[in-house]
Design a protein around this ligand. Structure first.
Ligand SMILES: Cc1cc2nc3c(=O)[nH]c(=O)nc-3n(C[C@H](O)[C@H](O)[C@H](O)COP(=O)(O)OP(=O)(O)OC[C@H]3O[C@@H](n4cnc5c(N)ncnc54)[C@H](O)[C@@H]3O)c2cc1C
Length: 466
């Protein structure tokens, strides 16, 4: 179906990007054959690390002329297999493109290359009193281009939204070998279809993102972080519902059940506060007025107590805040570190239905007798559910996990939710897409993909088959 990468292609890639940017050795091919998604890998034929948009354009033109599949890659922290080159070919890593082009104070915008680590971009704009709010838990290791491609979320979505809410313009290379710029530094723009938002979240299947314009907001001056233990998951879930109902908008409301902070303790080798509680909430509030912030903190405290909070711990320094969040942020890394096999789900329901979703998860865990672990961004209705294989035989695991996933997806969809909130469809959730989108919608997505990529060479095999 595709042309293999042969000597002449390798020679052309060397000419375009320089020999130091082209890799065919086994070690590199192995590293770039996977991301952070457990249990899936596929070896590329070659890895290229271009340094400029122009090099990316030339590499894409070569892939188009020669009919070679090309998979864009950021930092490989994806959790749906998006950067895995299922048809081999070229992996194009943006990791060397990590320059911030301009922080524009006058227009409250930043222009950046895609390879910069998200946390580095955040620090750079914060040093200038500006704020880029999206904060995936992988912020210290993922790239901003990967965030745009995945439409990444994070804990601050409750108040500030997700990556898509900050993408104002893109420079991209199309699979057919042209470069275009969409959007710009303007605040309003209805000039033609909104390609910026179509490409954002397209999981590297429509275009290679070579430069991004983000809008920024002023950095809030004050912040409070609260850790609240509960003796039941239901009490924690009811607290989340009541906070939202009361129209207080915290920056973040994160949820962890007991077995997730036990896992975090083993990984960080630190004892977490309130370790005997059954569930924890982590709540962040921010703002610019001390009085208003304290008023919100008081109201949140009352709601927590009314719903059975055992205590409330308030972080008073950046160090105590970091320690408070450490346990929550490390959970995917911790689950991978201990080598147990699991499937990770990323379901989202309307926020008021979080208690029903968590109850449903427990019932599915009992129905299939498989250990589950729930944690995540409860304030925006997004729960990560890990379902563990334990000591099941492979065949039995495959059978049960398929049923368990389908049951949880059905429950989510019945509640008006979606099968992925922020990790994407990629490879992992491809078999379940048709549960959530009707055939007409999937057909329209296919036609859009074909309009961008008629030869199906950009990240083929992801989201759906053509
Ligand atoms: C510990 C941990 C915590 C996480 N927490 C969160 C979280 O809170 N919220 C969240 O949303 N995600 C989270 N993730 C998932 C992951 O970090 C995000 O999906 C992130 O956006 C991936 O960025 P990356 O640079 O690693 O991209 P990669 O994994 O390299 O690629 C992801 C996808 O983007 C495409 N892509 C990458 N760069 C480009 C480009 N320049 N142009 C076009 N396509 C491109 C790839 O083809 C692929 O389909 C977490 C992951 C881990 C391991």
């Amino acid at each position: 179906m595709y042309r293999p990468v042969d000597e002449s292609v390798i020679r052309r890639l060397n000419e375009i990007a320089g020999p130091k940017a082209v890799y065919t050795d086994e070690d590199t091919l192995t590293i770039y054959s996977k991301d952070e998604t457990l249990g899936i890998s596929h070896r590329p034929e070659i890895v290229v690390k271009p340094a400029t948009s122009k090099e990316i354009l030339e590499i894409m033109r070569l892939a188009d002329i020669e009919n070679i599949p090309l998979t864009p890659r950021g930092k490989g922290t994806g959790l749906s297999g998006g950067a895995i080159p299922v048809y081999g070919g070229i992996v194009l890593s943006c990791e060397r493109m990590e320059k911030i082009v301009d922080i524009d104070h006058k227009n409250l915008m930043v222009i950046t290359e895609p390879g910069i680590i998200t946390g580095e971009l955040q620090k750079a704009v914060e040093a200038k009193g500006l704020f880029y709010p999206p904060d995936p838990a992988s912020l210290e290791s993922c790239s901003i281009g990967g965030n745009v491609a995945e439409g990444a979320g994070g804990s601050r979505a409750v108040k500030y939204g997700t990556t898509k809410d900050y993408v104002n313009g893109l420079e991209v290379v199309l699979p057919s070998g042209e470069m275009i710029s969409t959007g710009g530094k303007v605040v309003k723009d209805v000039t033609g279809y909104n390609l910026t938002q179509l490409i954002t979240g397209s999981e590297g299947t429509m275009a290679i993102i070579t430069q991004i314009i983000f809008r920024l907001i002023p950095l809030p001056k004050l912040r409070k972080d609260l850790l609240i233990p509960y003796s039941s998951i239901d009490q924690a879930a009811q607290t989340v519902s009541e906070i939202i109902r009361t129209r207080i908008v915290p920056t973040a409301i994160e949820f962890m059940e007991r077995n997730s902070f036990e896992l975090a303790e083993s990984f960080t080798k630190r004892k977490l506060a309130f370790r005997d509680a059954t569930a924890h909430l982590l709540i962040t509030l921010d703002g610019n007025q001390q009085e208003a912030l304290e008023e919100d903190q008081g109201k949140v405290g009352e709601i927590c107590e009314r719903n059975g909070a055992l205590d409330i711990l308030i972080a008073t320094s950046p160090t105590s805040r970091e320690r408070m969040w450490e346990g929550r942020k490390c959970l995917f890394e911790a689950a991978n570190h201990f080598g147990s096999m699991y499937k990770s789900l990323d379901v989202v329901v309307p926020r008021s239905l979080i208690p029903t979703l968590i109850q449903g998860t427990k019932e599915i865990s009992e129905r299939y007798r498989m250990k589950t672990m729930c944690f995540g961004h409860a304030g925006d209705g997004n729960v990560h559910v890990l379902i563990f294989k334990g000591d099941l035989e492979d065949e039995e695991w495959e059978k049960r996990i398929d049923h368990a996933q389908r049951d949880l997806y059905k429950e989510t969809i019945d509640l008006g939710g979606k099968i992925t909130a922020e990790h994407g469809i990629g490879l992992l959730r491809k078999p379940f897409l048709s549960m959530n989108l009707d055939p007409h919608q999937i057909d329209l997505l296919r036609r859009l993909k074909k309009a961008f990529d008629p030869k199906n060479i950009l990240n083929p095999g992801k989201i759906f088959d053509l």
